[in-house]
Structure formats: structure tokens, C-alpha cells
Ligand binder design. Structure first.
Ligand code: THU
Length: 163
């Protein structure tokens, strides 16, 4: 697939998800979408709660739904808001599943005119000196490779015989 077409699809998914934001407290709708290594797109919106601290950002909703489908490698992330800037917590969560090539599209969408301003950058640039699962020694390999290794181990293991 044409890469610019993929980016348009990613942005469209985030714009569409923004419409589902549940944000009656902040009235600040955010949409996000991620493109995974396998070429799939997962979207999310912010979900708030009367107990404010339980609210979840759009980026984490999108990333966690990819993880829930075992899609651990992010090729690109897109965030759409009036002024799209991922919070610090989301930058750290993005970093966990990104490589130095993971692109980040920040789309400022004017809610009145619907005009879009797109900025392209990289996840790793948004969080210098991140707490890194690899250099901290907490993980021996990128999460995506760990999952691959684990599933090949379980594929090789002979099935337990039924008693
Ligand atoms: N929000 C996001 O969804 N993503 C961000 O990166 C920044 C903030 C949400 C959280 C809350 O629902 C609303 O925007 C206002 O902070």
C-alpha cells in the first residue's frame, strides 16, 4: 500500500475516534490511532470519569486495544485534538512499544473550521532520556520480539497428553 494513503487512513481513523470521546468534564475531545507492524490500525478516544483520576487518554486507549490483539509493534501513532500534544504518561507508554523509526503525527484540528494542521515527528523525539525497558535491563528485548519468541517456544512445545 502507498505510504501516504496509509497515513491518510491513520489520520482519518483518529479524526473519527475523536467524535466518540467521552469528555463531559473537560470538554476536550481527543482522538488517536496507531498503525502496527502488521499494517493494522487501532483507534481510541479519551474516556473520562466522575472520579477524574480514572480518566484515560485517547493514545493509551488506542495503544492498549492494539496490545489486546497482540499487536505490540508501533509503526506510527496519530493524535488529533484542538492542540495535539501527548501527555507525559502517554509518551512513556508509546515509547514502550516504539522503535527509533516510529512516526508520530500530531494533528491540530480546529473544531470550528475543521481545518487540520499536521506535524510529523518521531515518538523517541518526544521523550528524551525516556525510562527505557531495554537500557534499564528490565527487558532483554523489545516487547514485540519477546512475544514472538514466546509464541515460537509454545508452538514448538509438544502438546500435553490427555490423561
Ligand atoms: N487527553 C488525551 O486524551 N490525550 C492527551 O495526550 C492529553 C489529554 C485528554 C485527557 C482528558 O480527558 C482531556 O484530554 C483533558 O485533559
Amino acid at each position: 500500500m502507498n505510504p501516504s494513503k496509509l497515513v491518510s487512513r491513520l489520520i482519518a481513523a483518529a479524526v473519527s475516534a475523536q467524535k466518540n470521546a467521552y469528555c463531559p468534564y473537560s470538554r476536550y475531545p481527543v482522538g488517536a490511532a496507531v498503525l502496527t507492524e502488521s499494517g493494522r490500525i487501532f483507534a481510541g478516544c479519551n474516556v473520562e470519569n466522575a472520579s477524574y483520576g480514572l480518566s484515560l487518554c485517547a493514545e493509551r486507549v488506542a495503544i492498549f486495544s492494539a496490545i489486546a490483539r497482540k499487536q505490540l509493534g508501533l509503526k506510527a501513532v496519530c493524535v488529533v485534538a484542538n492542540s495535539a500534544r501527548p501527555c507525559g504518561a502517554c509518551r512513556q507508554v508509546m515509547f514502550e512499544f516504539s522503535t527509533r523509526d516510529t512516526e508520530l503525527y500530531l494533528v491540530d484540528l480546529n473544531p470550528r473550521t475543521r481545518r487540520q494542521k499536521v506535524r510529523r515527528t518521531y515518538v523517541h523525539k518526544m521523550l528524551p532520556e525516556a525510562f527505557d525497558p531495554l537500557s534499564s535491563g528490565l527487558l532483554p528485548a523489545h516487547p514485540q520480539n519477546l512475544i514472538k519468541a514466546r509464541s515460537s517456544i509454545s508452538a514448538k512445545r509438544p502438546k500435553a497428553r490427555r490423561k
